[in-house]
Design a protein around this ligand. Structure first.
Ligand SMILES: Nc1nc2c(ncn2[C@@H]2O[C@H](COP(=O)(O)OP(=O)(O)OP(=O)(O)O)[C@@H](O)[C@H]2O)c(=O)[nH]1
Ligand SMILES: [Mg+2]
Length: 341
């Protein structure tokens, strides 16, 4: 979009909240339909409204407590602490749901990070190329071909997916290969999902220890080169996605499995999701404060403590939407991006 159009758009609005400001950046950077849709929802203020509702609830609880503190001797009706405790736990559960869906929002915005790992020569780079539909990575029959990782981005059904091809992991004395393997391990840690590629003609025993370190929910097992495996052997691999890079069928199955990892419905996508780590962290901190508020009721510590924790929780939620001016925003956008020339 051109600078003049942004100026016109922004001049129609007096102030944007921080989530909307972030959305403007996200729209500019969005690479797929879904990430654009998410950013547009945020720009419309859906996340802002969702957080504002939560803040309203929090201030309702706080007012009850502060009235008690200020007018202890007056005729203010007593607070039902048991009921408040219960409500705080429900409120905390709501925030926890917001964080969980926010992880999906973050995946849509930043892309689902997938790494291809496995022993040398099992066909990682070949699968990488198939997913990309291009001959991006070098493929040879020589084990140890990929020395450093490669990263590429694809759109899967409108979702952004970042794929990493890694150096095959094995015992080696080669210094360059060792460095590549070290990086492969770092990439595994930073991935949302790990595709563990095997080839049934190989023994994977030495590898089992390594794979057992990867959390099970992150692991997708793939049996490649099924074209050279006798068909009757395939039933030994029921929990593997079976592929051959010589045909399309397996790659399609692989893509479908990846899509099942993005579990958002369209209505959730439109519900005002958290979309970045900053927002998620602020809500997590609000959850800690709410838990402390509930604990302070449990421990009979007095209204002041509970009110203090609720104030902290509000401050954290306010961080998500903190107000900024259009000028601040335009300065940030145009200092970071060269658009609208
Ligand atoms: N028969 C068969 N061969 C395959 C298949 N996929 C890959 N290959 C072959 O296996 C060899 C190794 O493929 P690569 O994709 O380079 O394997 P890699 O896992 O990336 O290997 P490194 O980079 O060395 O770790 C090549 O000769 C490929 O043509 C497959 O599905 N079936
Ligand atoms: Mg390779």
């Amino acid at each position: 979009m051109q600078l003049s159009r942004w100026r016109r758009y922004l001049s129609l609005r007096k102030k944007l909240d921080l989530t909307q400001a972030e959305a403007v950046n996200d729209i500019i950077q969005a690479k797929t339909k879904k990430s654009q849709q998410l950013a547009l929802n945020q720009l419309e203020g859906k996340l802002y409204k969702r957080i504002a509702k939560l803040l309203e609830k929090l201030s309702h609880y706080r007012i009850q407590l502060e009235l008690e503190i200020d007018f202890l001797d007056d005729d203010v009706p007593d607070i039902n602490l048991e009921e408040l405790h219960q409500e705080l736990l429900l409120f905390k559960a709501d925030l926890e749901k917001l964080v969980i869906s926010g992880e999906q929002g973050r995946i849509i915005r930043e892309g689902l990070k997938i790494s291809l790992i496995g022993k040398p020569n099992v066909g990682k780079s070949s699968l990488f190329n198939k997913l990309l539909e291009s001959e991006r990575a070098i493929v040879t029959p020589i084990p140890g071909t990929t020395r450093d990782y490669l990263e590429e981005v694809i759109s899967l059904d409108g979702y952004l997916v970042r794929i990493f091809d890694t150096a095959g992991i094995r015992e080696t004395s080669d210094t360059i290969e060792k460095l590549g393997i070290k990086r492969s391990k770092e990439i595994i840690d930073g991935s949302d999902f790990v595709l563990y590629i095997t080839d049934s003609t190989d023994s994977n025993e030495e590898y089992n220890n390594f794979v057992s370190d990867i959390p099970a929910h992150k692991l997708l097992k793939v049996l490649n080169k099924v074209d050279i495996i006798p068909a009757e052997k395939l039933i030994n691999y029921p929990d593997y996605i079976q592929t051959s890079t010589f045909n399309q069928e397996g790659t399609n199955k692989l893509k479908e499995s990846l899509l099942t990892k993005i579990t958002l419905s369209d209505s959730e996508l439109n519900s005002g999701l958290l979309t970045n780590s900053r927002q998620i962290l602020a809500v997590k901190e609000a959850i800690t404060s709410i838990a402390q508020a509930a604990d302070s009721i449990d421990a009979d510590m007095g209204y002041e403590f509970t009110a203090f924790d609720l104030k902290e929780a509000s401050a954290h939620l306010e961080e998500v939407v903190g107000k900024i001016t259009n000028d601040d925003l335009l300065n940030t956008i145009f200092s970071n991006f060269c658009i609208g020339k």
